[in-house]
Design a protein around this ligand. Sequence first.
Ligand code: PLP
Length: 480
Amino acid sequence: MSMPSALAEAARPSASSRTSQSKSNSENHKDTAAASALQKLERHILMDGFKIVFDLERSRGSYMYDAATGHRLIDFYGFFGSVPVGFNHPHFDRPEVKEELLRAAKTKIANSDVYSEQYAEFVETFTRVAGLPPLERYLFIEGGALAIENCLKAAMDWKVRKNMAGGRGHARNAAHSVAGGERGTEILHFRSAFHGRSGYTMSLTNTDPRKVELFAKFNWPRVSTPFINFALEGEAREQDVIAREKKSEEEIRKFIAERGVDIAAIIIEPIQGEGGDNHFRGEWLQTLRRICDENEMLLIFDEVQTGLGTTGKVWASQHFGVKPDLMAFGKKVQVCGVMAGPRLDEVEDNAFRLPSRLNSTWGGNFTDMVRSKHYLRIIEEENLVENARVIGERIVAALREISSEHLMISAVRGRGLFIAFDLPNPETRDKLWKGLYEAGVLVLKSGERAIRFRPALDITAEAADEAMAVLREQCGKLGS
Ligand SMILES: Cc1ncc(COP(=O)(O)O)c(C=O)c1O
């Protein structure tokens, strides 16, 4: 599958951009400093992102400003879906909040060894706003991929110990063994999955080949992905997905029959993000739950991208009434990590109970935790998960209207603000993406020919409508 990098071909909005604004002389100095920021970075950094110098002061809500040009952009990209609440929320202007954040920013505590009131407050707030009982053991770590890695390690540890206790500890052959000959370290995963770009996750991620080729990988079981085909309607759509679920289940059961003792877990994104915004039926996730329960395997949900409210529920799995045994989170939480449930405790010395098995120097980022606590409070006080649902529905309705006017837009799909649509081919998708950027709307590419939206949870109806008007205009320009 060939898929250009989501941010590749970064282009600068033209001077005639509808969002360009006139600037005062007092801003000129800042512009020069901002422009030189790009030059300074270019000397040392591969800059394949948007050529924007983010204006930390001026950016507000869903409107991002480029400090180098003064251009305003509507942010449907959200730092790759990691912005929980729009820029410069007034909550952060309160003197006591400012003081708390500054205090936290001065010292990076090693949370794994030295504890703090701030850490405790974060954990308490996180549990209140985003807790998913009975997943009550937590691990915090920096980065979504490392959150996944630690889910995998916990699952391997669980399965290998179960195998050893059951006398299944001897390797069948070298390909299925770990150093000591133990078995139970393989992770069953899906086509078009994206779980990060670190060591173990290289064996799972299979979207853009450039992201994984030439790196060492394990030959872990990979099966087809029975996502809903939104290009089909009604009964045809359902029949198609049920047939593909059956096929995928057969593939899984075949792997289990051949090497079930080696498979520690099944991992899935409840909605695949980078792979193309691929949605599943709840019945499919329930099937995976059943397979894991029946075959001494753990179910891992990767909610790094779907998590913290973006789908209109705190966690996407809550739409489907299925609970995983391990869940990875990151992005909008602003702190990455793992939640683990009671099945882990079937093994007494599991990785969440035995010291030294899962750890890192910082045990999550202390300053991020303090900021995250404030974001969580804002989300709670302003009912932003519900806002994501309501505005998401508004955007999807607008997209359906645009798709009825412009044939190039198809397969509109969304839950909350986790929204995407297809274009006829990668070239048209790339043209539309570029046109939107030049007209002042930042969006993301997804899969081979989709565009996805990942705005902040507090996006307003006005910002959403404005972005949809720009989209309509761009579709008109592309001419179909
Ligand atoms: C579903 C999913 N899992 C894991 C990751 C990896 O997270 P990070 O980039 O923070 O390592 C991402 C990042 O986009 C993701 O979307």
